[in-house]
Design a protein around this ligand. Structure first.
Ligand SMILES: Cc1ncc(COP(=O)(O)O)c(C=O)c1O
Length: 466
């Protein structure tokens, strides 16, 4: 792809203002890109000795003009965009965490997962492994029965009628978002990501040469009372390269449900600026308290419905993360392009995982209620026991601790998190959830039973109080 080559020469091109890449595609206008903007992506300089005077560009038979060959990834180097997903502070903590786990001394509050088993019908699934169809490829967008079952589950939640035609199966939410990002955006497009955010979305965007632009939800990792401040922030970060918005609702790691007024503000913006909207609904079934889920308003409004896509999965609501059974909900018109893209990504989600998903839904809403109630217990234990600043979660699986009273910067936070590891408690450092959260940390209260959450928090308090 021409852009891959173009992006590779960013260090060479700084100083130039524009690079015109000739393309016959319908996206030609978007390939006229400003390199000062790409300078925000941090690229490691490539192999030494690539002369800046190397002859520019050659043309391919398709009319695409390539940039210098010396900038191509070559053995033993790997692609620059792979570096966008390397070097998380969690990697630094990983050996200590592994040691604690091996010694049986770990309180694993750092990752978002479940201690529960999937619903009984999914666990007792009788897969006839002698049946040939189970071992063959299935339709790329998923088994019709799976898509139908998902449509019946999600349609009423969105307040619209969905059929299997609006659903595609995916490899977890992660696979759905990857396919959506590939289908809707071009390299260099900017995507507004409301923070704090599930960090993997930043990597999904960056590895596709998209540019995530962080939009903090409020001053304290929680929506402010005055939606106008948020609206102004959102508008101020929109440029003529902005192509879409992503947020998770309910939010990981913040634990809030997006207020109705915020949803309305986002709806107005996507209509006015012609943006796509990706709503990550992996925690939609895990609202613990009062607020209702307002995102569906966007499906009930004619103007916004055609711009919005939902991703979901059985990972959280049915404690089935390891099976990678996910899905996306899209307007009719997009189904073809998304299916084509899926064909070139994972091809399709595992057939046996989809079969488990069908069974999990046969267990009905009661099965989800079991999960939700148990997470409510975990959240109550955590909220009651913990001596730190945080917002009571509306939903999901996390407390996002505001440790600004304890540490001055990210370095101080890492020292604090290593002190927590000394007593066996692992937390996720806030910086992975957005640039503004270097003095925050995320605690997951669903990976262990509620009583273990309480035991771990007693130890955590000792560190925080010392
Ligand atoms: C907000 C959010 N979206 C997506 C995912 C990934 O979901 P999946 O495991 O189904 O890919 C997670 C996982 O923690 C998440 O927190």
């Amino acid at each position: 792809m021409c852009f891959r080559k173009a992006a590779g020469v960013v260090p060479l091109l700084q100083g130039l203002t524009k690079v015109q890449i000739v393309s016959h595609s319908r996206f030609a206008a978007k390939t006229d890109f400003d390199t000062s903007h790409l300078g925000r992506i941090s690229y490691r300089p490539r192999r030494a000795g690539c002369p800046p005077s190397e002859p520019l560009p050659r043309s391919s038979p398709t009319g695409v003009r390539y940039l210098p060959e010396g900038t191509m990834p070559k053995f033993p180097d790997h692609a620059r965009r792979a570096e966008a997903v390397c070097g998380s502070p969690l990697e630094v903590m990983a050996p200590r965490i592994a040691k604690l786990r091996n010694e049986g001394r770990l309180f694993p509050f750092q990752l978002g997962d479940s201690y529960l088993l999937p619903p009984e019908p999914a666990r007792r699934i009788d897969l006839d492994l002698d049946q040939e169809t189970l071992h063959r490829y299935c339709p790329v967008s998923g088994l019709e029965e799976y898509r139908g079952a998902v449509a019946q589950w999600v349609g009423p939640q969105l307040g619209i009628e969905l059929t299997e035609k609006n659903i595609a199966a995916s490899v977890g939410c992660t696979g759905a978002l990857q396919a959506i990002a590939t289908s809707l955006f071009d390299p260099g497009d900017e995507i507004l990501v409301i923070t704090p955010t599930w960090p993997v979305i930043l990597g999904i965007l960056k590895t596709q040469n998209l540019v995530p632009v962080e939009v903090p939800i409020g001053n304290n990792a929680w929506p402010d009372d005055d939606v106008d401040i948020f609206r102004r922030r959102l508008i101020s970060l929109c440029t003529d390269r902005t192509a879409g918005i992503y947020f998770s609702d309910p939010n990981n790691p913040g634990g809030f449900v997006m207020p109705k007024s915020y949803i309305e503000a986002i709806g107005e913006l996507i209509t006015e600026k012609n943006l796509w909207l990706m709503i990550d609904g992996v925690y939609k079934d895990l609202i613990l308290g009062d607020p209702s889920w307002s995102s569906p308003l966007l499906w009930q409004n004619e103007a916004t419905r055609k711009r919005v896509l939902l991703d979901g999965a059985f990972s959280k609501s049915h404690a089935m993360a390891g099976h990678r059974a996910g899905f996306l909900v899209c307007p009719d018109e997009l189904k073809r392009v998304l299916t084509r893209v899926l064909t070139h990504q994972p091809y399709h989600a595992s057939t046996s995982a989809q079969a488990m998903g069908i069974k999990a839904l046969e267990a009905g809403p009661e099965a989800i209620e079991v999960v939700r109630r148990s997470y409510m217990d975990g959240s109550r234990e955590a909220v009651e026991a913990l001596h730190a600043r945080f917002h009571n979660p509306d939903a999901g699986a996390f407390l996002f601790l505001d440790l600004r009273e304890h540490v001055d910067d990210e370095r101080g936070l890492m020292e604090l998190l290593f002190a927590c590891l000394d007593v066996g408690v692992a937390l996720a450092p806030g910086s992975i959830f957005g640039n503004d959260f270097g003095c925050f940390a995320r605690l997951c209260y669903t990976r262990t039973p509620p009583e273990v959450v309480r035991d771990g928090i007693v130890l955590l308090n000792k560190v925080l109080n010392s």
